[in-house]
Design a protein around this ligand. Structure first.
Ligand code: GDP
Length: 463
């Protein structure tokens, strides 16, 4: 597969680009910004681990921690206290499951991290897709307990699916936290066993050796998170980094600042004053107040009257930022969820039929022509029908194995064509790596990850 990106630069002037770059560098400050997702099987200890990490980094005060402790004792889940730092709502507390993506920011010596705590429960994978699509790097938490790691890792467990999903959604660097090491007496043999099994799997999932690392730890005792190892059974054989030191070693993620603007709309609401507001994450390029933009698929143009980042108003925003834009000069009926705010010189593709390269996961029934799936892309989900099985590919070389196969079975790779009921705004993988990926789900499970190769039928309903 060709991974070269076609250079399609934004239509901003040279002066504008220089000014924006200066502003971006100024905002970056002295720490690299990282969007991080935490994934893994349910009960692997994700919430406890991250909660304890935040506590050690001084992000949760003692008083709040004490309160969490009291509350968790009351409902008889004493050891959940750290998890509660992240699990905010009452409902989640009573269920003991992290349901939605709680955003938390923290700083290490070298990084400013936005944490997207992806849920581990099976029903919540669609949420996880949205969370991971925004992440640059990930922590995969696995439970070292004998039998438990195996449950998470085998068919039906979420360790594999999460790792595959994360990779296909663009998370290219991963730290594996080999958690609950206290339950195996800090055994080096057990650690080696887990890392060996996972290491070879992650390689087949497309991670490079240099982009994965393993950290033995305990989220509950707090061992090897932000402080050097004090547990003698661990320090007897482990001389490597702590989790925080390893987070500091994530490579800098370059954001597609020079690309044309793309912002997929996740919410539309009437604000105060003129116009209305849309929210979303800037997927590519940058936006300044006063900019003329085009909203697809309606094709209508608008003016950006204001930009909010969190509670603060800003003059500009960049790829990677979550923003609210106030738009004027456009009717609200021309904008909906899944619409994309674009650079008017280079609007996004709008397709009713696409050709894509897909990798099928562990699906139970074979995919045939006419198969109905749910297409997940950025913040949108759309029903789609598989219209054509073009060819089956060799998974590693990408070579064509068979033209026009009758069906596709699990763990295969293929080129397919699919059709949407409504036009969908999307990009080609070769032009926008991050915006050319999608997932397919069927009957509650994720069955494939894909890359958009070609728009077969353009939506031409525009004026
Ligand atoms: P999540 O579903 O992955 O977020 O897992 P939680 O953080 O909610 O933890 C699940 C259970 O494992 C809870 O009962 C925790 O107290 C327990 N747990 C989490 N981390 C550790 C650990 O490092 N050691 C031990 N022994 N138990 C842990």
């Amino acid at each position: 597969a060709s991974t070269t990106q076609v250079t399609k630069s934004s239509s901003k002037t040279k002066q504008d680009k220089t000014r924006l770059k200066e502003e971006y560098d100024r905002r970056q400050g002295d720490r690299d910004l990282l969007n991080m997702v935490v994934i893994g099987h349910v009960d692997a200890g994700k919430s406890t681990l991250m909660g304890h990490l935040l506590f050690q980094l001084g992000m949760v005060n003692k008083k709040a921690m004490h309160k969490y402790e009291q509350e968790s004792k009351k409902v008889g889940k004493g050891s959940f206290a750290f998890a509660w730092v992240l699990d905010e709502t009452e409902e989640e507390r009573s269920r003991g499951v992290t349901m939605d993506i709680a955003q938390t920011k923290f700083e290490t010596p070298k990084k400013a991290v936005t944490l997207l705590d992806a849920p581990g429960h099976k029903d919540f994978i669609p949420n996880m897709i949205t969370g991971t699509a925004q992440a640059d790097v990930g922590i995969l938490v696995v439970n070292a307990t004998r039998g438990e790691f195996e449950t998470g890792f085998e068919t039906g467990g979420q360790t594999r699916e999460h790792a595959l999903l994360a990779r296909s959604l663009g998370v290219s660097q991963l730290i594996v936290a080999v958690n609950k090491m206290d339950t195996v007496k800090w055994s080096q043999d057990r650690y080696d066993e887990v890392t060996k099994k996972l290491g070879s799997f992650l390689k087949t999932a497309g991670y490079r050796d240099t982009d994965i690392s393993f950290i033995p730890c305990s989220g509950l005792s707090g061992e090897n998170l932000a402080k050097t190892v004090s547990e003698p059974q661990l320090s007897a054989w482990y001389r490597g980094n702590t989790l925080v030191e390893q987070i500091d070693r994530f490579k800098i993620v370059t954001r597609p600042l020079d690309k044309p603007l793309r912002l997929t709309i996740g919410d539309v609401f009437k604000g105060m004053g003129a116009g209305f507001c849309v929210t979303g994450r800037v997927g590519a390029g940058s936006v300044q107040t006063g900019d003329k933009v085009q909203v697809m698929p309606s094709g209508e143009t608008a003016t950006v009257k204001g930009i909010m980042m969190g509670e603060l108003s800003a003059m500009c925003a960049f790829a990677g930022d979550h923003v609210t834009l106030t738009l004027t000069g456009i009717d609200i009926t021309n904008v909906s969820l899944g619409s994309v705010v674009c650079d008017p010189s280079y609007p996004i593709h709008c397709a009713t039929r696409i050709r894509a390269r897909v990798v099928l996961f562990n699906l139970e029934i074979p995919v045939t022509k006419g198969f109905m799936v749910v297409f997940h892309y950025q913040s949108i989900t759309e029903p789609a029908v598989i219209k054509r099985l073009v060819c089956q590919l060799n998974k590693s070389s990408g070579e064509v194995l068979k033209n026009r196969p009758k069906c596709l079975t699990k763990n295969t790779s293929a080129v397919i064509e699919m059709e949407f009921e409504r036009p969908v705004c999307l990009e080609l993988y070769k032009e926008f790596k991050d915006l050319g990926r999608f997932m397919l789900r069927y009957s509650g499970s994720t069955i494939a990850a894909g890359l958009v190769e070609e728009v077969r039928t353009n939506y031409t309903g525009l004026g």
